[in-house]
Design a binder for this molecule. Structure first.
Ligand code: ZN
Length: 77
Protein backbone atom coordinates (compact mmCIF):
# COMPACT_ATOMS: atom_id res chain seq x y z
CA UNK A 1 0.00 0.00 0.00
CA UNK A 2 1.31 3.38 -0.97
CA UNK A 3 2.39 5.63 1.84
CA UNK A 4 1.07 9.22 1.66
CA UNK A 5 3.06 11.78 3.56
CA UNK A 6 0.62 14.00 5.53
CA UNK A 7 2.80 17.04 4.90
CA UNK A 8 2.72 16.50 1.14
CA UNK A 9 -1.04 16.06 1.27
CA UNK A 10 -1.47 19.28 3.23
CA UNK A 11 0.71 21.21 0.82
CA UNK A 12 -1.45 19.99 -2.05
CA UNK A 13 -4.63 21.10 -0.27
CA UNK A 14 -3.23 24.58 0.29
CA UNK A 15 -2.33 24.84 -3.39
CA UNK A 16 -5.79 23.65 -4.49
CA UNK A 17 -7.83 26.74 -5.21
CA UNK A 18 -10.81 28.04 -7.14
CA UNK A 19 -12.13 31.50 -8.04
CA UNK A 20 -14.06 33.23 -5.25
CA UNK A 21 -17.70 33.09 -6.35
CA UNK A 22 -18.65 36.04 -4.18
CA UNK A 23 -15.98 38.34 -5.62
CA UNK A 24 -16.46 37.03 -9.15
CA UNK A 25 -20.12 37.94 -9.07
CA UNK A 26 -19.98 41.23 -7.21
CA UNK A 27 -16.61 42.88 -7.85
CA UNK A 28 -16.47 44.74 -11.20
CA UNK A 29 -12.67 44.82 -10.84
CA UNK A 30 -12.44 41.04 -10.41
CA UNK A 31 -11.00 40.30 -13.90
CA UNK A 32 -8.29 42.92 -13.32
CA UNK A 33 -7.04 41.35 -10.10
CA UNK A 34 -3.83 39.39 -9.90
CA UNK A 35 -4.81 35.71 -10.46
CA UNK A 36 -3.79 34.81 -6.91
CA UNK A 37 -6.05 37.55 -5.54
CA UNK A 38 -9.05 35.99 -7.32
CA UNK A 39 -8.92 32.58 -5.69
CA UNK A 40 -9.92 31.02 -2.39
CA UNK A 41 -8.85 27.71 -0.90
CA UNK A 42 -10.78 24.96 -2.70
CA UNK A 43 -11.81 23.30 0.55
CA UNK A 44 -13.46 26.42 1.95
CA UNK A 45 -16.47 28.59 1.17
CA UNK A 46 -16.19 31.91 -0.67
CA UNK A 47 -15.41 34.05 2.37
CA UNK A 48 -12.85 36.78 2.91
CA UNK A 49 -10.66 34.64 5.17
CA UNK A 50 -10.61 31.82 2.61
CA UNK A 51 -8.64 34.03 0.22
CA UNK A 52 -5.06 32.93 -0.29
CA UNK A 53 -3.60 36.44 -0.39
CA UNK A 54 -3.90 39.49 1.81
CA UNK A 55 -4.94 41.65 -1.14
CA UNK A 56 -7.65 39.14 -2.04
CA UNK A 57 -8.89 39.22 1.54
CA UNK A 58 -8.99 43.01 1.61
CA UNK A 59 -10.79 43.28 -1.73
CA UNK A 60 -13.36 40.71 -0.61
CA UNK A 61 -13.99 42.73 2.56
CA UNK A 62 -14.37 45.93 0.53
CA UNK A 63 -17.00 44.26 -1.70
CA UNK A 64 -18.83 43.05 1.41
CA UNK A 65 -18.76 46.48 3.05
CA UNK A 66 -19.84 48.22 -0.17
CA UNK A 67 -22.83 45.91 -0.35
CA UNK A 68 -23.71 46.58 3.29
CA UNK A 69 -23.42 50.32 2.76
CA UNK A 70 -25.63 50.33 -0.34
CA UNK A 71 -28.21 48.16 1.40
CA UNK A 72 -28.29 50.55 4.36
CA UNK A 73 -28.71 53.50 1.99
CA UNK A 74 -31.68 51.80 0.34
CA UNK A 75 -33.32 51.15 3.70
CA UNK A 76 -33.02 54.81 4.61
CA UNK A 77 -34.54 55.95 1.31
ZN1 ZN B 1 -13.70 36.82 -2.40
Amino acid sequence: MEHIDPVEKKRFEIRASRPCEFCKELDPQFPHRHPLDQVVSASRKSTASAHLTEDGYVRHRIVELTRLASRAARNVA
